[in-house]
Design a protein around this ligand. Structure first.
Ligand SMILES: Nc1ncnc2c1ncn2[C@@H]1O[C@H](COP(=O)(O)OP(=O)(O)OP(=O)(O)O)[C@@H](O)[C@H]1O
Ligand SMILES: [Mg+2]
Length: 332
């Protein structure tokens, strides 16, 4: 894997609800590679959105707070920046395509108008032809018509493409797309995903795709980050993770995906419920659902073991004397 664009270390984020402060991101660390497509995977509530929203100052200011951490981008810590400094980066250099279309698009303005406005605010060429080029880039047919259309006039797939167009119109260095295919049907899903591959190839844009769908990640990503209980539990290249998952949670997710794609009548499913912040304890976050659980797993949160970018947070997977991570033979 190549040079890093963004280096995130020990990010901790809390929310105050009903008078109680709960830490929901408990030490998120990850490296986002230059020119790479990184998939961030995990079940609902694992902390994918909050982790990446926090980097750009996008969490709810009234209830949320960043307790600690560092996110180094172009030699500066994003987490220590004033809002004015962040504003110059947000959208222009790092752009976020939201999980919820209502957060991304203004319903009262046409698509072309919104894109022109973004270009103008950032002092960039806002000629109509420039906007039309980007609408073409995201595969929207008849961009001249779409330019004047309002979000409610677009189909789900067109809306998704328009949101991505808004995200790339400033040609950011990093595009963070949160569940970019959750509002499109399966026939459109592949085409939207191919779009990310095309943008990555054409502009060398680094891309983070947040998803809970292994198929999505496998289709477009070079590298994967697996999250569980507000922590990264595994990180590595797609090929390595798919062929030899190290964390039991990753293993389970892959089993579920394989079963869904097969013709089996009985679908494989992961037992138990995902962990919420109210349940967090000082133990392996996955231990309560883990088939390999041993007493040692409940003693503390395991550290991440890192060998040449292949990382895993599991006490049951130990490092060999060599460069590869190796699985310890297990009693369970
Ligand atoms: N504004 C908020 N106030 C309180 N808790 C919050 C808030 N936003 C998120 N959380 C909590 O933070 C945790 C992580 O949420 P997050 O939205 O990052 O999950 P996610 O992995 O993106 O899930 P999904 O796949 O459903 O989008 C969850 O337990 C969630 O309830
Ligand atoms: Mg989310």
């Amino acid at each position: 894997m190549g040079e890093d664009l963004l280096r995130i270390r020990d990010l901790r984020v809390s929310f105050r609800t009903a008078g109680t402060k709960l830490q929901v991101i408990r030490g998120f660390s990850a490296d986002i590679g230059k020119g790479e497509i990184t998939g961030v995977l995990g079940e609902s509530g694992s902390g994918k959105t909050v982790s990446f929203n926090s980097l750009l100052g996008l969490i709810d200011e009234d209830t949320g707070s960043i307790d600690s951490g560092e996110a180094v981008y172009r030699g500066k810590n994003l987490l220590g920046m004033k809002e004015r400094e962040l504003r110059a980066i947000r959208g222009r250099l790092i752009s976020y395509v939201f999980q919820n279309p209502a957060q991304a698009m203004n319903p009262y303005r046409s698509v072309g108008n919104q894109m022109t406005q973004i270009l103008r605010v950032h002092g960039m060429n806002h000629a109509r032809s420039n906007v039309l080029d980007t609408l073409r880039d995201v595969g929207l047919d008849r961009p001249e018509l779409v330019y004047d259309m309002y979000p409610f006039q677009l189909s789900g797939g067109q809306n998704q493409r328009a949101m991505i167009a808004l995200g790339i119109v400033l040609r950011p260095e990093l595009l963070i797309a949160d569940e970019p295919t959750s509002f499109v049907d399966t026939s459109l899903r592949k085409r939207i995903l191919d779009l990310f591959t095309e943008i990555n190839a054409k502009y060398r844009t680094s891309i983070v795709i947040i998803t809970h769908d292994f198929d999505v990640a496998r289709h477009v990503c070079h590298k994967l980050i697996i999250m569980y209980g507000g922590l990264v539990v595994e990180e590595g290249s797609v090929d390595e993770i798919m062929s030899s998952p190290l964390h039991p949670y990753t293993e389970e997710l892959i089993n579920c995906t394989r079963s869904l794609n097969s013709n089996e009548k009985e679908l494989y499913s992961l037992q138990g419920m995902p962990l919420g912040p109210h349940d967090f304890e000082d133990e392996c976050p996955f231990s309560r659902r883990c088939r390999y659980r041993e007493e040692i797993c409940t003693r503390k949160i395991p550290d991440i073991i890192d060998r040449a970018g292949r990382k895993v947070r599991c006490i049951n997977r130990i490092v060999d004397a060599g460069p590869q991570l190796r699985q310890r033979s297990r009693s369970a």
